[in-house]
Design a protein around this ligand. Structure first.
Ligand code: BTN
Length: 279
């Protein structure tokens, strides 16, 4: 485990390795820390690519667990059609190609599994339901899970993870919403070790999830979820619903207590905002 933060937000280690800023990812270093059986045992590394999610889709014939990583994405994509800033060397831009034997309705939950894996490595990071990883009130990491078909017609899942690691500053537009490990700690982090540790965590959580469902990680997810016990605004199809977020259920849905009773919200095309800001 990489201890980046202690629980109460006080800055901890994360070794200061300034010489690693501005370097290309070293795939050998990733393998040296990896303890997985299949997740990221096959790594496709690019100095520059449009989007690792797109590249994974184009290469859906690769084996289950293949990891696509790039130093820079020229067309990084986020949820709900947004763009994802992916400057060179600043972050971890990676996508896992997965071929799960599971019901289609379980596929969006892979996002939640990935979120837990990130939080288990970056201590002090929390989850804003469904798929934003935050520190304090700013976003550190986003996860974009998409589906495609492989040549034989079977479902293939792409789980893209973007983490702001060594970003020194964000544009005016993003600076009050986004953060990085560097901004939080003043330290430059080696991306390779963070990648390997997340892959190690992901494999064990994902395997448990495929065998026994979301229930196996739900408790941990809820413990790390900052959306719970907050007044939220759920926005979908130009409709806004306000209520208290009271639970994340066995299907990974957010349970919101509204003036019309409890409703459950699927993670699909919705946006959830705190009533008093982003969280
Ligand atoms: C979001 O919060 O909106 C999701 C952001 C996901 C960004 C990652 S970076 C690696 C992968 N490739 C992409 O184009 N997007 C995802």
């Amino acid at each position: 485990m990489i201890v980046v933060f202690v629980e109460k937000g006080i800055i901890m280690t994360g070794k200061t390795i300034r010489s690693s800023a501005g370097k290309n990812i070293d795939v050998k270093e990733i393998y040296s820390v990896l303890r997985t059986k299949f997740i990221s045992q096959n790594i496709k590394y690019y100095r520059e690519i449009d989007s690792t999610n797109e590249e994974a889709k184009r290469n859906a014939v690769e084996c289950d667990g293949t990891l696509f990583i790039a130093d820079v994405q020229t067309n990084g994509r986020g949820r709900l059609g947004r763009t994802w800033d992916s400057a060179a060397y600043d972050g971890i831009w990676m996508s896992l190609l997965l071929k799960p034997e599971t019901k289609p309705e379980n596929i969006p939950l892979i996002t939640l599994v990935a979120g837990v894996a990130v939080c288990r490595v970056i201590k002090g990071a929390k989850i804003k339901w469904p798929n934003d990883i935050v520190i304090g009130s700013r976003k550190l990491c986003g996860i974009l899970t998409e589906k495609t078909k492989s040549a034989d017609g079977s479902d293939v899942v792409i789980c893209g993870i973007g983490i702001n690691v060594n970003t020194e500053a964000f544009s005016d537009e993003l600076s009050d919403k986004a953060t990085s490990l560097y901004i939080e700690t003043g330290n430059i982090f080696k991306r390779e070790k963070i990648i390997s540790e997340i892959m190690n965590e992901f494999e064990s959580l994902y395997t448990a999830f495929l065998e026994n469902g979301f229930g196996t990680i739900r408790e941990y997810y809820c413990k790390e979820c900052v959306t719970l016990n907050k007044e939220v605004k759920v926005i979908y199809n130009n409709t806004e619903i306000i209520g208290n977020a009271v639970d994340v259920d066995e299907e990974g849905r957010l349970v919101v207590d509204t003036s019309n009773g409890k409703m459950t919200v699927n993670s699909g095309e919705v946006s959830v905002r705190g009533m008093y800001g982003y969280i």
